[in-house]
Design a protein around this ligand. Structure first.
Ligand code: SF4
Length: 272
């Protein structure tokens, strides 16, 4: 592995006193992209429409759950669509939007309209039990030698039986039960962070997966809590963190990551 030679080791330009799961998984996808974003703090010259759409769906869902938590009626379609566009604007007003092939603002508008309709009809829009957290930030010293681990949990609900942690995903296609299980590390970490919220209460984990297809689906997929996976996830994070501290930054090109990467210019110029 090659270290970035002109940067001091273990002396990040961008200082944070916490580490998130998404930062660690960003390093796993491409260490150099992590470096540009989290160490150099480079501005991102564009945002992909796909990323902005996913964020705006989260924004609309957050608005929806907040209304329910406040005891109001669930928002109607147009109100929720307004919440979507408010969030979209906040993400795109200062940067260019990079649309994918055969994608423009009209196709995004149609997709958003269909997603909002599917979301309102889905079970996830009518949570079981009391909502106790929305976009809840939990942080804890969880892993020896690392800063606090920070998790932002989309939805936490409570019934007599359990505390349920839901992570909302937007995806190109439907997820299988196996795919949800395979993607469960993030939820394992959230379970570790939320363990003391209501001591002794069992924790259930699930993904709510919204597809961006012509006919969007919204499905809830449970993930089994497994203490061994929690420990494994913590070990992976610790190893990745050590790599970051040791200055191991290098490009990891992939057809999945590079086309939407906002740092292609600095990446091309990078010489190690
Ligand atoms: S362009 Fe690809 S290899 Fe370069 S930083 Fe971005 S994701 Fe990594």
């Amino acid at each position: 592995m090659i270290a970035v030679s002109n940067q001091p080791r273990a002396a990040p330009v961008v200082q944070r006193d916490y580490v998130s799961f998404s930062a660690i998984s960003s390093y796993q996808q491409c260490p150099l992209r992590y470096y540009f974003r989290y160490i150099e703090g480079l501005e991102e010259p564009f945002v992909s429409a796909s990323l902005a759409l996913g964020g705006a769906v989260h924004g609309a869902a957050e608005y929806h759950f907040n209304q329910i938590m406040m005891g109001n009626s669930p928002p109607d379609h147009d109100t929720l669509l307004d919440a979507f566009w408010d969030d979209w604007k906040s993400r795109t007003e200062t940067v260019d939007i990079r649309f994918g092939k055969q994608e423009d603002i009209d196709t995004i508008a149609k997709t958003a309209d269909r997603i909002i309709a599917a979301f309102r009809e889905s079970d996830i829009a009518k949570p079981n039990g009391n909502i106790v957290g929305i976009e809840e930030e939990l942080r804890k010293e969880l892993i020896p030698g690392m800063p606090d681990i920070l998790g932002r949990i989309d939805l936490i609900t409570e019934t007599d039986e359990a505390l349920t942690i839901t992570d909302l995903k937007t995806a190109r296609t439907r997820w299988s039960a196996e795919q949800a299980e395979r993607s469960g590390e993030q939820l394992m970490l959230y379970a570790a962070l939320a363990k003391d919220l209501i001591p002794g209460k069992p924790i259930r984990l699930e993904f709510a997966v919204v597809t961006k297809t012509a006919k969007p689906t919204v499905e809830t997929l449970p993930v089994m809590f497994n203490q061994q996976r929690v420990e494994r996830t913590k070990t992976v994070m610790q190893r990745v963190w050590q790599s970051i501290q040791d200055g191991h930054f290098f490009p990891s090109p992939s057809p999945m990551s590079c086309p939407s990467c906002p740092f292609r210019g600095p990446c091309d110029a990078w010489q190690g």
